[in-house]
Design a protein around this ligand. Structure first.
Ligand code: OSB
Ligand code: MG
Length: 368
């Protein structure tokens, strides 16, 4: 594969309703869509899933844009590739900035799969024809959250994740369990607690939560290990797992019993697969997280979630949960809590350039 041209589409879309977590909220969702064209005219798509401000990771849309322009796109254009894995090596001299790196790598995976005439799922080693779909309920008033859960239960979602914070946790879970005693339920704290809060967190043990996601600091695995040793509820790490080495160390320390893999957070599908394989060897189930993203990332997420150790329904829900109109077709929809995995080559969805234009703030083209 030799890349001829890269186009960055900077877009912004309004969410149907603002999304709140303990550490930040999103209403206007900026994204950078990465369109990569190879010498033979094959186009691949990727997306920068960083947010506008550094509330979830230190990367932002602007830092990613800058590095793509000054560093990662020029590097991409310098080499030829037999396989997208080779990009890891090209980018590895440069630290972190995984969301920027992932956006390019994802597009290269799309091109690679098309050239093999296979679906993204197939080239990644996927084993599922459909994936189980979970949904996330953002922080809101207790009654609003209850209403949303009811709606998502009715829609057939297979797993329910509620955002919690020290201001709204035990009473919320208590109330949910009263109305929904048996739903597959988990809570995501987005780092809102400290080890000092251990007694409070232990109170959650009686609600049969599937797991509690990232209760402690975003860069911690030590305190999480201490907490996990005293907690019955499995801990799932999200923010803390940025590299495969992070995952190895967290597993070794016993910092978690589950890992959330987001391709953007870890630098792309190659790293996602590596972390998946490591977790599989260590009996740590994984699931695919979400970043309130467009259909382009959703398509990548669906593909990675077909790997065998993605045994827990992830945060991949219908596009219509966030968007009036998504930029891919057919629209990505969970029916009875499952999403069909496309079988056509590459991403398996058609990217709607008319809609990209509609939401576009700027377009920048780079050629070799
Ligand atoms: O912590 O998993 C998270 C959204 C933005 C940033 C971080 C997280 C989330 C979500 C929602 O939980 C994921 C989604 O529905 O796309
Ligand atoms: Mg999370």
């Amino acid at each position: 594969i030799k890349i001829k041209q890269v186009t960055l589409h900077h877009i912004v879309q309004s969410l149907k309703t603002p999304f709140h977590s303990s550490s930040g909220y999103v209403q206007q969702r900026e994204s950078i869509l990465v369109e990569v064209l190879d010498e033979q005219g094959v186009t691949g798509w990727g997306e920068v899933v960083a947010f506008s401000t550094p509330w979830y990771t230190e990367e932002t849309i602007s830092t990613a844009f800058q590095l793509l322009k000054d560093l990662f796109i020029p590097l991409l254009l310098q080499h030829t590739y037999k396989h997208p894995d080779e990009l890891e090596h090209v980018f590895s001299p440069f630290k972190r900035n995984f969301m920027a790196k992932a956006s390019i790598q994802s597009a290269l995976w799309d091109i690679y799969a098309q050239k093999q005439n296979q679906s993204l799922s197939a080239v990644l080693g996927g084993v599922r024809k459909e994936i189980a779909s979970g949904v996330v309920i953002g922080l809101a008033s207790k009654s609003e959250m209850m209403t949303q859960i009811q709606q998502y239960v009715d829609e057939g979602y297979q797993r329910f994740k509620v955002k919690i914070s020290p201001q709204q946790d035990i009473e919320l879970i208590e109330e949910i369990r009263k109305s929904f005693p048996d739903i597959p339920l988990m809570a995501d704290a987005n780092s809102a607690y400290e080890l000092n809060d251990i007694d409070r967190l232990k109170q959650l043990d009686k609600y049969k939560l599937m797991m509690i996601e990232q209760p402690l600091a975003a860069d911690d695995i030590i305190d999480h290990a201490k907490l996990q040793h005293q907690l019955d509820t499995p801990i799932c790490l999200d923010e803390s797992i940025v590299t495969c080495e992070d995952a190895r160390k967290a597993i070794e320390l016993g910092s978690c019993r589950v890992i959330n893999i987001k391709p953007g957070r870890v630098g792309g599908l190659t790293a996602s697969k590596k972390i998946h394989d490591l977790c599989e060897k260590n009996n740590i189930p994984v699931w695919c997280g979400g970043m309130i993203e467009t259909g382009i990332s959703r398509a990548h997420n669906i593909a990675i979630a077909t790997l065998p150790n993605f045994t827990i329904p992830g945060d991949i829900s219908s596009s219509s949960k966030y968007w009036e109109e998504d930029i891919v077709e057919p629209e990505i929809t969970a029916v009875n809590g499952t999403i069909k995995v496309p079988t056509n080559p590459g991403l398996g969805y058609i990217v709607r350039k008319d809609l990209i234009e509609k939401y576009r703030l700027s377009k920048t083209v780079y050629t070799d």
